[in-house]
Design a protein around this ligand. Structure first.
Ligand SMILES: Cc1ncc(COP(=O)(O)O)c(C=O)c1O
Length: 481
């Protein structure tokens, strides 16, 4: 109940020139809600009685009464007969950290369906330098189906620095890891053939395979990640054309594939005549300085040209660049670049130049990212432990998200309810090759901490909604990345 009140003359002073177009009661309601929205009237403040305010404003009681009624209908006011009227937070509004009331409209939507951060601060510098270099390329056609030389060199060097000697001829630049994967499937497989994919997995992996009319077989990750025996047996039995794995900070679980599993997977793939597509999108995002270093890349176990590694600028740098790459046998990549021409003649030169400039600042950017993500991860974990202790999770040592085990199989209902509270999420089943995983939810920590705090509050509200009255309608399917 209210602890504060405001007297008629005080409120009249705040309202100042409140009269405007239209009926007087509407102008008064607008002016009062305006004071609330911009934080000049706090919540749970008892407003003057109708008669008192009417006198202070030189207006009629009927006008004040109608204005209060309008505010009540919009949720800005709660009244109890004989006791008074208090300012309130309408259900379709939220209180921002700055004390403002804002509607949950699209601009206010917190979008956690994308696990990718905003661009680093150095982006404008990198763009300016790249723009200066562009004229060197502008005098020729500008088509580079394998990517521009300086970027292929920079990416090759980054593999060599990870202990995997690589020449630029082993690199093709693509428009994101997503295109890299799609191009590889086109090159390596034909309709009706099988791709083996982990479950849970990055949702666009099975979707791209199905779009190419491939069969998708799944290998189920356990609570501790991969089981070498099961994985290699599955490869032997399914005999896929390709197996897709996300070995370093797996999306969505955060698991890291142990060295032994890597080596046995490559051997099993070779024996079964399968290629291995390794998605290394998160490999640079080790968050704990004290954590064990990542095992050598899967390709380090490859002696027969079976492994193709995918990388991306999207998670450590910026997804808006749409720059990714493939590392693989040079002879195979030439065929890939040739087959790419049917749908795409190469990635934009300016974005590739920007990527070169960003990679030149790699240590600086990565240090900042690791520090910020580690803090955001710990902040989110603490907020969840306090506000939603019934949900369980393992703290990942890298990557950009938590994989939560919910208290019941409610993931889809929860995501529906969260939309109504201005929070967009990808439900667990989106990550399942066979659509299960209703008891799981991925929660990225790529947003600033204030927004993560707000997201947790919205999750609390959504969880209460689901446990009291499950929402009836499904939202349209989300794009997830
Ligand atoms: C595992 C994984 N692979 C690939 C991608 C797509 O990356 P890109 O933006 O480079 O296409 C994502 C994006 O979320 C991802 O999580």
């Amino acid at each position: 109940m209210a602890t504060r009140t405001i007297r008629g003359p005080q409120l009249a002073r705040l309202l100042a020139d409140w009269r405007g177009a239209g009926p007087e009661y509407q102008a008064l309601a607008r002016a009062l809600s305006g004071l609330l929205v911009d934080g000049r009237l706090p919540l749970q403040l008892r407003l003057p009685a109708e008669r008192e305010l009417a006198v202070a404003l030189g207006s009629s009681r009927t006008t004040v009464s109608a204005a209060y009624r309008t505010l009540r209908q919009r949720g800005f006011l709660r009244s109890r007969r004989g006791a008074g009227s208090w300012t309130a937070l309408p259900e379709d509004h939220r209180l921002t950290p700055a004390g403002l009331l804002t509607r949950y409209d699209e601009a206010e939507l917190l979008d956690l369906s994308f696990a990718a951060p905003a661009a680093p601060d150095v982006l404008p510098e990198a763009v300016a330098e790249a723009a200066e270099e562009l004229p060197r390329y502008a005098s020729a056609h500008g088509y580079f189906p394998m990517g521009i030389a300086p970027l292929r060199e920079a990416v090759a060097e980054s593999y060599t620095a990870r202990g995997l000697p690589t020449s630029p001829a082993q690199i093709v630049i693509t428009s994101g890891a997503q295109q890299a994967y799609d191009l590889l499937l086109r090159l390596l497989t034909g309709p009706g053939e099988t791709v083996l994919i982990e479950s849970p997995t990055y949702p666009n992996a099975p979707e791209a395979a199905r779009a190419q009319r491939l069969r998708v077989a799944s290998y189920g990750l356990g609570p501790d990640g991969w089981d070498a025996e099961l994985l290699t047996d599955t490869v032997r039995q399914v005999r896929p054309r390709a197996a897709y794995v996300c070995a370093d900070f797996h999306n969505p679980t955060g698991h890291v594939m142990p060295a032994e599993v890597r080596s046995r997977l490559v051997a099993a793939a070779h024996a079964a005549g399968a290629m291995v597509i390794v998605d290394e999108t998160f490999a640079e995002l080790t968050l704990d300085t004290a954590a064990d270093p990542l095992p050598p890349p899967v390709a380090a176990h490859d002696r027969h040209g079976r492994v193709l590694s995918l990388g991306s600028m999207s998670k450590a740098f910026w997804g808006g660049l749409r720059i990714g790459w493939i590392r693989g046998p040079a002879s195979l990549l030439i065929h890939l670049a040739a087959s790419r021409a049917a749908t795409d003649l190469g990635s934009p030169v300016l974005e590739q130049l920007i990527a070169v400039r960003l990679l030149a600042r790699r240590e600086q950017v990565l240090d900042g990212r690791r520090h910020a993500f580690a803090q955001a991860r710990d902040f989110l974990a603490a907020a969840l432990a306090e506000r939603l202790p019934q949900w369980r999770f393992r703290l990942p040592s890298g990557g950009v998200g938590l994989w939560l085990e919910l208290d019941a199989p409610i993931s889809s209902a929860l995501v529906r309810a969260a939309e109504a509270h201005g929070l967009r999420l990808a439900p667990g089943p989106r990550f399942g090759v066979d659509g299960v995983l209703e008891q799981y939810l991925r929660l990225p920590f790529t947003l600033p901490q204030a927004e993560l705090a707000c997201a947790v509050e919205r999750l609390v509200a959504a969880s209460e909604d689901v446990h009291t009255a499950p929402a009836a309608e499904w939202p349209p399917s989300l794009v997830v990345a």
